[in-house]
Every structure is written in C-alpha cells, then in structure tokens.
Write a protein of this length. Structure first.
Ligand SMILES: Cc1cc2nc3c(=O)[nH]c(=O)nc-3n(C[C@H](O)[C@H](O)[C@H](O)COP(=O)(O)OP(=O)(O)OC[C@H]3O[C@@H](n4cnc5c(N)ncnc54)[C@H](O)[C@@H]3O)c2cc1C
Length: 302
C-alpha cells in the first residue's frame, strides 16, 4: 500500500513513477507481476525523502539495478521498486586511474568509459547486463575477473538515511556475494581502480569476451544468466547436461539447449514455471550426483 503522502511525494520529487507497473518490463527474464509503484529516482535528496517516508509508513521498498539477476514473483512486488537514475548514472574521475560510478551506471557504460580513457581492468565486465550497484552487490564476474578485483570503495545510504562508506575488505566479497547481500543498504556510488592500457588492447579483450558470450550463451532469449552458482567440483552447466536435463522444460521455461546453466523464457514463462524447473534440476542433479546446486538468481516478490 502506498499512502497518499508517499504518493504525493513521489509525484512531486525528481523521479519518474509508474503505478501498478508490471515487473516483466524491468527484468531480463521478462517475468514478474505488478509492483505498486516503480520509481526511477534521479537525485540523492529525493532518494532520502522517499526512503524516509517508506520507513514512516512501514512501506516495503526494493532497490533494483537492471533486473538481470532476478526472478520476480507472478504476484509482483509489494510497495515501491526503486531504480537509480539521473545523478546516479554519472561517472567522474577521482584521480588518474580511479573512476567513481553512480550505482545506476550500466556496466556497459563503465567499460566504454574506461576504454575511451585508456584504462584497463574492467574488460571482464563487458557483456554482463547489469548496473554497477547490482554488480557490486553480487560481486559479478566473468572470464577470470570479478568486481572484487577493481572496487576500492563504495558509498551507501542506510535505512535511517545516513550515508556510509565501505572500503576494500569491508565489502566482504566472495563468490557472487558481498556484504550488501546481508544489509538493507542502498549502494549509491562505487569507486573502481583501473590501470593504464592501450585502447586497442582493451578493445580486443572486450571483443574477445563478447565473442565467447555470443558463442556459448543463448543471448537471443530472455534469461537471468547462469541460474546456479558454480559448485565446488565442476561447472553447473556440464553437470546439468550430464544428468540429461538439457532442453527440459516446464511451461515456457526451458533449460537452454545452448548453455545448460541458463534457463530461458520461450515466450510466456511464469515465475512459477521457472521455479518448478529449478526444483526439477536441483532434485535430479542431487539424485544422480549428490551435488546440491545453489541458486545464483535472486527470488523477489510476494
Ligand atoms: C545474459 C546474461 C548474462 C549474464 N552474465 C553474467 C556473468 O557473466 N557474470 C555474472 O556475475 N553475472 C552475470 N549475469 C547476471 C547479472 O547480470 C549480474 O548478477 C549483475 O551484476 C546484476 O546486476 P543488476 O544491476 O541487473 O542487478 P539486479 O538484478 O537488478 O539486482 C540484483 C541484486 O542486487 C541488488 N541491487 C542492485 N542495485 C543495488 C543498489 N544500488 N543498492 C543495493 N542493492 C542493489 C538488488 O536488490 C538485487 O538483490 C548475467 C545475466 C544475463 C541476463
């Protein structure tokens, strides 16, 4: 429920708000029921005011990045879904080789900015379809690199409206995890340290990364990337394939024929279909190999 006071604030603050908005429009899976309000907030001042009002009203709020690692319930998300736009999409220099990215900056924009300034180290992130905030939250990584390698610090807003800073090891980065997974903080910006490299070298590394993705991943279908975390001994995709699950489907949700670690939406898949398919994969893999596959995709919503 959104109180009249909160609604009024949302309408008058610097944000773009959509009431009763289908979350399927904001997730890479193209799945998810309605949220009471989807609100793209453009300034720190507005973010603080809206979160403070949510807290006063007891209204739930959920911070979304680019929705590329989420399975949103068919019943949608209660309260407000907040996306960081405007000033949170800016990049600036902190010093010669350290750039500060607003949490709403896409990884694609960060990578291109770094390449154009002749700064290397972020190439691994080229092709990960998330935001900088979401990537820090998840410690996103690929092809031998991860956010942990380049993040020096980040600022966040806590639930009480205080701004804090996380530096280095305080992020508690581990495989697809950061301290932000265990706190209800809004990441507002992130500083990443890169190093001088020729633009040509950066370009070819980025291109190589993208070629590998195109070759191996079903990028022509909606998905949330790899559904499962890498188990200790081996790769989820290979294990799933060995268990005969490649191509298996529930409704319009299918274990990708191209990459068995992905579940794709062939058109009208529901969150319930994806969940049932995930359970089927986990149960079969457990039965046949004893391995317990853990989800990387995050379930949110009612
Ligand atoms: C085709 C495809 C390929 C992919 N390849 C990879 C890959 O190679 N490596 C990899 O690691 N991942 C990969 N992913 C998964 C996904 O892109 C990453 O996990 C990405 O980091 C998620 O970022 P996001 O902005 O979309 O976050 P979202 O999916 O929107 O959110 C993820 C989590 O982060 C939280 N969050 C987001 N922004 C903030 C913020 N500002 N403050 C606080 N919390 C926040 C959300 O609340 C949520 O819990 C892939 C996904 C797809 C669809």
């Amino acid at each position: 429920m959104i109180s009249e006071k909160l609604k009024d604030l949302i309408i008058n603050e610097d944000c773009n708000a959509y009431f009763n908005e289908p979350m399927s429009l904001h997730t890479s899976f193209r799945i998810g029921g309605k949220t009471d309000c989807f609100c793209e907030i453009n300034t720190m001042q507005s973010l603080k005011k809206i979160i403070a009002q949510c807290r006063e009203d007891g209204t739930e709020y959920f911070i979304i990045g680019l929705g590329s690692n989420l399975l949103v319930s068919d019943e949608g998300i209660e309260g407000i879904v907040i996306k960081l736009g405007g000033e949170f999409e800016e990049i600036s220099f902190e010093d010669d080789d350290t750039i500060r990215c607003g949490a709403g900056v896409s990884l694609a924009k960060m990578c291109l900015f770094a390449k154009n300034k002749g700064l290397g180290g972020a190439e691994f992130a080229w092709g990960i379809p998330g935001s900088v905030g979401g990537a820090v939250f998840m410690n996103a990584g690929a092809y031998g690199g991860e956010m942990k390698d380049i993040v020096v610090s980040s600022h966040y807003l806590d639930e009480d409206g205080n701004i804090g800073e996380m530096v280095g090891a305080a992020h508690e980065f581990s495989y697809r995890h950061s301290i932000y997974c265990d706190r209800k903080f809004t990441i507002i910006d992130v500083s990443v340290k890169l190093s001088p490299k020729s633009k040509n070298e950066i370009f070819y590394l980025m291109q190589d990364t993208m070629d590998k993705r195109k070759k191996k991943q079903p990028l022509n279908r909606p998905s949330a990337g790899s559904v499962f975390k890498r188990p200790e001994n081996g790769f989820a995709a290979a294990i799933i394939e060995e268990c005969g699950l490649k191509g298996v489907s529930v409704g319009d949700a299918q274990v990708s024929e191209k990459h068995s670690g992905f579940i794709v939406n062939n058109g009208k898949a529901k969150a319930e279909d994806v969940k049932a398919l995930i359970r089927k994969v986990q149960e079969t893999v457990k039965e046949k190999t004893g391995i317990e596959l853990e989800c990387e995709v995050r379930f949110v919503g009612r």
